[in-house]
Design a protein around this ligand. Structure first.
Ligand SMILES: [Zn+2]
Length: 252
């Protein structure tokens, strides 16, 4: 079984309207023999990957596609927070995403207190963007601070600080921090190095590493192959491909 714990609605000229985006995503899942996925909405109102409402409505009836709602202190924060609370009540979202780095705010920003408390109250994870440019907004020291401050909050570090995967190791000691490997298989030139570091991370935190691809920005098939190339034993393969995501997002 495979659950892709990090995808977005596809963009491009053959999926210009929402229902086609949905169609194309479902086709991609089928093509790669993926059983379920988590679609992450954007934090702003106008987006090619869909806003919170759009993603929730598109997959309201889907049993195998769940939604994580993006939120930002910059875009209708209180309104969006209220909406997320309502969707959590209806079980239509399974987590909250913060685009730290894409947007200029720190993971430790005081304004996020409401987000963290809401996530704790509903026992859903908060996902955050890490790595690349502007990585300082959610760098290890900042993430560690939040993990310590909210020990009952589940945090998912998206992209494992790519390309500095080794940074994850210093967060392993916080049992409330999880890691999703989305987008890390995208650069062939450094793939061997990344493979080795992810293997080490899985050894250190076997129940807290999740499969994700960052489709459609990144290639789903290449990410599946990446995990297969790690040659993990059956138990670990199942945990990374599906079991860990099911547990952290409490999927039924
Ligand atoms: Zn993403």
């Amino acid at each position: 079984m495979i659950i892709d714990a990090h995808v977005h609605l596809p963009i491009g000229k053959d999926c210009d309207i929402l229902c086609r985006k949905r169609e194309k995503l479902l086709q991609e899942l089928a093509r790669n023999h993926i059983d379920g996925c988590i679609v992450i909405s954007d934090s702003c109102m106008e987006s090619d990957i869909g806003n919170l409402n759009e993603c929730v409505e598109l997959f309201r009836e889907s049993v195998n596609v769940n939604v994580v709602g993006g939120i930002s202190p910059y875009f209708e924060f209180q309104t969006q927070l209220r909406k997320i609370r309502n969707y959590l009540d209806e079980k239509l979202v399974v987590g909250i995403k913060l685009y730290t780095g894409h947007e200029a705010f720190y993971l430790s920003d005081e304004r996020l207190k409401d987000v963290y408390e809401l996530a704790q109250q509903y026992d859903v994870p908060v996902l955050f963007h890490s790595g690349w440019d502007n990585y300082q907004y959610s760098d290890v020291n900042v993430a560690a601070e939040v993990a310590r401050q909210y020990p009952n909050l589940k945090l998912v570090c998206c992209h494992c600080f790519f390309p500095r995967i080794d940074k994850c190791q210093s967060l392993v000691k916080y049992s409330n921090v999880y890691f999703d490997i989305s987008s890390i298989a995208d650069n062939m030139a450094i793939l061997n190095d990344i493979e080795e570091k992810i293997k080490k991370l899985i050894e250190a935190a076997p129940k807290r590493v999740l499969f994700g691809s960052d489709y459609s920005g990144c290639n789903q098939e290449e990410h599946i192959q990446f995990v297969k190339n790690l040659k993990l034993n059956a138990r670990l393969t199942e945990a990374v491909f599906a079991g860990n995501a099911k547990r952290v997002f409490r999927l039924e």
